[in-house]
Design a protein around this ligand. Structure first.
Ligand SMILES: [Zn+2]
Ligand SMILES: [Zn+2]
Ligand SMILES: [Zn+2]
Length: 249
């Protein structure tokens, strides 16, 4: 399984519009510091899936036949905004697996175009091609699923957006060998947010689940500034996610 992070930013991305902080000013001249909103690409032999659709140029990046399905964590705009344009595509329908959120986002349900929304049940695995996908309920201001992806004996959990984890999810992940955890780490430890992990929340989850590798995502300019100012050294098997980072699992 190959995972490419296409968007590792919090809702406003990096640089934040109008912000004059060190990271935002640096990101304007150093493309590698930029962060798109949430999106990741999973590639297996002959199949490709997106997790979330926060990037605005899905139609430019991918041929219509390339994507087998999209998995949405939830219907906040920074995770679905890239669907608003591609829904008016033609000639095919694309499965969009999502939590059973009655509202969705704006008029996506009313005018789905080529998007074929299919609601999943928590903890009920879906087998699609060679991939097994298990929805894991998270703790957020909107109904949200993280997903556990397993293929050929390897596993990756993508958990965003969330503040901590429900005990049932911690238990579920503790019962397996997890190769890679990609997790919401929006804020520095100095910021408490009811809907998102800060750095200390992520450290606690990392220590409790003990994946082989943890990758931080949904990162705000505040966390980037804090990491930069404190020259923070992460645990050996923890990485700061970057846009276009490729992870082989
Ligand atoms: Zn978000
Ligand atoms: Zn900034
Ligand atoms: Zn959200």
């Amino acid at each position: 399984m190959k995972v490419t992070l296409l968007g590792t930013g919090a809702a406003g991305g990096v640089p934040v519009f109008g912000c004059q902080c060190h990271i935002c000013l640096s990101a304007k001249i150093t493309p590698s510091l930029r962060r798109n909103p949430a999106c990741a690409l999973i590639e297996l032999d002959g199949a490709a899936y997106l997790i979330d659709a926060g990037i605005m140029d899905i139609g430019e990046r991918f041929e219509s036949s390339f994507l087998n399905a999209i998995f949405l964590t939830h219907f906040h705009p920074d995770h679905v905004q890239g669907l608003f344009h591609i829904r008016w595509g033609s000639g095919f329908r694309i499965p969009i697996f999502c939590p059973p959120d009655k509202e969705g986002c704006a008029d996506l349900y009313k005018n789905p175009g080529i998007l074929d929304f299919r609601q999943l049940k928590k903890f009920e695995p879906l087998d699609i091609d060679e991939l097994r996908v298990t929805p894991l309920p998270l703790i957020h201001s909107k109904l949200t699923y993280g997903y556990l992806f397993t293929n050929a004996g390897t596993s990756m959990a993508y958990l965003t957006d969330t503040k901590g984890l429900p005990p049932a999810v911690t238990d579920y992940l503790n019962a397996i060998v997890l190769d890679c955890l990609i997790i919401d780490t929006t804020s520095p430890p100095t910021v408490e947010n009811r809907n998102h992990n800060n750095y200390n929340d992520t450290l606690a989850i990392h220590e409790s689940i003990r994946p082989k590798k943890t990758v931080l995502t949904h990162i705000s300019h505040d966390l980037d500034n804090w990491l930069n100012e404190n020259n923070t050294s992460l645990p050996e098997n923890m990485l700061i996610g970057r846009d276009n980072m490729m992870i082989k699992i």
